[in-house]
Design a protein around this ligand. Sequence first.
Ligand SMILES: Nc1nc2c(ncn2[C@@H]2O[C@H](COP(=O)(O)OP(=O)(O)OP(=O)(O)O)[C@@H](O)[C@H]2O)c(=O)[nH]1
Length: 354
Amino acid sequence: MRFNKPSELRRLRIALIIGAVLVLVFMAADLLLLPSSMYQLYIFDRLLIQFPIILTVIAISYWRKFIQYRAIVFATLLVALSYSNYWLIWVCWTEHDFIFPYEGTILYAFFCVFALGIPFKLAITVNLVNILGFLGLMWVAPVYGDRVPISAAFVSGSLFISVYARYRLDRSVQMLKQTNDRLLKLSKYDPLSDLLNRRALREQSEKLLALSKRHKVSMAVLMLDLDDFKKYNDAFGHQQGDEAIKIQARIMKQVFKRDTDILGRYGGEEFIIVLSDIKKDQVAKHCQALLNEWEEAALQHAQDAKHPFVSCSIGVVFAKSVNNCSIDWLIDKADKALYDAKERGKAQFVLTEA
Ligand SMILES: Nc1nc2c(ncn2[C@@H]2O[C@H](COP(=O)(O)OP(=O)(O)OP(=O)(O)O)[C@@H](O)[C@H]2O)c(=O)[nH]1
């Protein structure tokens, strides 16, 4: 799952606007309930404190670094909204003897934690601050009389549930992301060599070819095949053969390090390397480096193999311009060059030009 900054920003702004509209809707509902003597106080709290706080956050969302600091901004928003609610409850009680409901505090917590996405650790801190605030309010102004303990328990419990639910949600998303990454890797990479599998190799090669055509740069396709691998398997066993495949992959990664180099397992003991924007003599140098690495590895081959140590043959096609080329055509050319390398005695490379 990739984080998409513009769409996340849009989503958050929409959530904030919905929040602001909800405050207005609740205002209308509350005004039906409240005695008219309290209208001024109530409207002051909602319209001149809470509503502008939300509008300020919407304005802050246009700040360049908002996404980076959004969790802190939303945590501050939650504290500000909750404490302005506490203030309203307190003033209603002390000045008008009116018992203002506390449910808004819970709604604000759920809205900020879920709709705006305050992460788990920050949600604990902020909700703790809000629970302490509510308990403090109940201490200095026991608004709900006999119901103070149950009200305090209800507010604390609800805020705790929002934090716990956030934790479960974060964990599930994290696990989903890990599984997704694993599946993506499995669908793209060959598990034995950790190189691209045939399908991913084709997809990436097509993309690189399109880019090379657009930028009018050269390309080279190398096809590699372990020499007398059947004999190696027969002599040392399939498992040892798998080790040789891993060595081949390691050598390829050692020699071809550019970000744009595409390394893949084409099938069995055949590998493909696709390069872009490279000179012909550089390609030849890299092929020689591959052969040298195998020589240095000095891995004993089967007695009846052509060479005493395990080696590979390489067929290369180099195209200065790829305007009229397709990937299939380039692979076919590299395959023919590989056949030539095998015919000429193996453990060597044959480079042809398209
Ligand atoms: N250990 C192992 N062997 C494999 C794997 N994939 C293919 N092979 C073996 O690779 C061998 C390929 O043999 P051939 O196609 O006859 O080629 P070769 O023996 O390398 O002969 P040349 O290509 O002429 O040098 C077969 O024995 C396959 O079983 C694999 O994943 N692991």
